[in-house]
Design a binder for this molecule. Structure first.
Ligand SMILES: Cc1ncc(COP(=O)(O)O)c(C=O)c1O
Length: 362
């Protein structure tokens, strides 16, 4: 008999079942998807060959430039952040190692260690603490065999952002104990006030992971990256990659490169739209008697708490009103559900109106 430790991810099942069928998508965790023709790219001369295993050096250089003291050799370009997370966990940890994973979070963070049969514990963010991690709770969970701590800030789905002071404190602790911190910075460029420093620049015990998927609205190109001052992390990832995806798509690397070369210009419009969309959610929340919410400080998602079953609410909303949100059971937190505000403003307004109707009827 074959032992299968890989299970389907509840969040991805929910997406597969509903997201492609709806009229109003207010559950997605990125900005509005771009069409290729909207991006003004020059792709005619892209050679459709295998690329270097760790990614196109020019693209690695552009990414390294975001981190003060890193060179292109400290960067690996991967098939989305998803491949980075998998490869880091697979190469850095073994079955005797313990991992601490912040929750709620992008669910792969706990599915991958479970699939790889690592010892993993969830570290929950609490509504009562404004979804801010507490240092005492986190350090209390560290064991002699803890190898990796995984945090995501701005957080998906809560939108919470740790302070720079907190980040520096946890880095001090992991350095003392020779633990690694995987910091998922997917939403860093969408922080509403000053962003945190890119964490990989602060210590060789930190691994930064990020992606083109959410901020730039191009998840379909499947390009993400890992950055670390510790080159053995990049070399470890390479060994996993050679046995899985081999290299990235040449076409998708070219798209990522051209977009990142005009990153600052693109970000002005994107951040402006995200902030004005959040205002729509903020105003809408003022009239909600059955919901409570911690205002997000970055990203494109928020995580309100509902008095009744959120699975019932989200299923009713999608089946009756063709409006897509994400129930909290996908994040191990049943009383909450995710609203995404990265899309078109009109779609967001209509989706929220449908959500009002669904809440009344439930
Ligand atoms: C915080 C976070 N990290 C990583 C990912 C994976 O992104 P991708 O593999 O598309 O780059 C997601 C996707 O939802 C996410 O929300």
């Amino acid at each position: 008999m074959i032992t299968m430790t890989f299970k389907r991810i509840l969040l991805e099942e929910w997406f597969d079942k509903y997201q492609f069928e709806v009229d109003y998508d207010i559950g997605e965790s990125g900005v509005k998807f771009f069409k290729l023709g909207q991006l003004d790219l020059d792709l005619d001369n892209v050679e459709l060959r295998y690329t270097q295993h760790l990614g196109n050096p020019e693209l690695r250089k552009v990414i390294a430039f975001f981190y003060e003291n890193l060179t292109w050799q400290n960067v690996a370009v991967t098939t989305g952040a998803a491949e980075s997370i998998f490869s880091i966990m697979a190469s850095l940890t073994n079955k005797k190692d313990h991992l601490i994973v912040e929750c709620p979070n992008y669910p792969s963070f706990w599915y991958i260690p479970q699939s790889l049969e690592r010892q993993m514990e969830l570290f929950f963010l609490e509504f009562e603490e404004k979804f801010q991690p507490t240092l005492e709770t986190l350090t209390g969970m560290i064991k002699p065999n803890t190898k990796l701590i995984c945090l995501t800030h701005p957080n998906n789905p809560t939108g919470s952002v740790i302070t720079e002071k907190w980040l520096r404190q946890i880095i001090e602790i992991i350095e003392e104990r020779q633990i690694y911190l995987l910091m998922d910075e997917t939403y860093r460029d969408l922080t509403f006030s000053d962003p945190l420093p890119p964490a990989a620049s602060l210590s060789s015990n930190v691994i930064s992971v990020s992606t083109m998927s959410k901020v730039f609205g191009v998840p379909g190109i499947r390009i993400g990256w890992t950055a670390s001052l510790d080159e053995s992390i990049i070399q470890g990832l390479l060994k996993v990659r050679e046995q899985t995806t081999i290299c990235n798509s040449a076409l998708n690397e070219a798209i990522a490169l051209q977009l990142l070369q005009k990153k600052d210009k693109l970000l002005v419009d994107i951040l402006h739209r995200v902030k004005s969309n959040y205002k729509i959610v903020e105003d809408w929340m003022k009239n909600q008697e059955n919901l409570e919410m911690i205002p997000p400080e970055g990203g494109v998602t928020c995580f309100p708490r509902f008095k009744d079953s959120t699975e019932k609410l989200c299923r009713f909303l999608v089946e009756k009103y063709r409006t897509f949100t994400v129930p909290g059971y996908c994040f191990n937190m049943d009383s909450f559900f995710r609203i995404g505000f990265g899309g078109e403003s009109e779609e967001l307004k209509s989706g929220l109106e449908k959500l009002d109707l669904a809440i009344d009827e439930i």
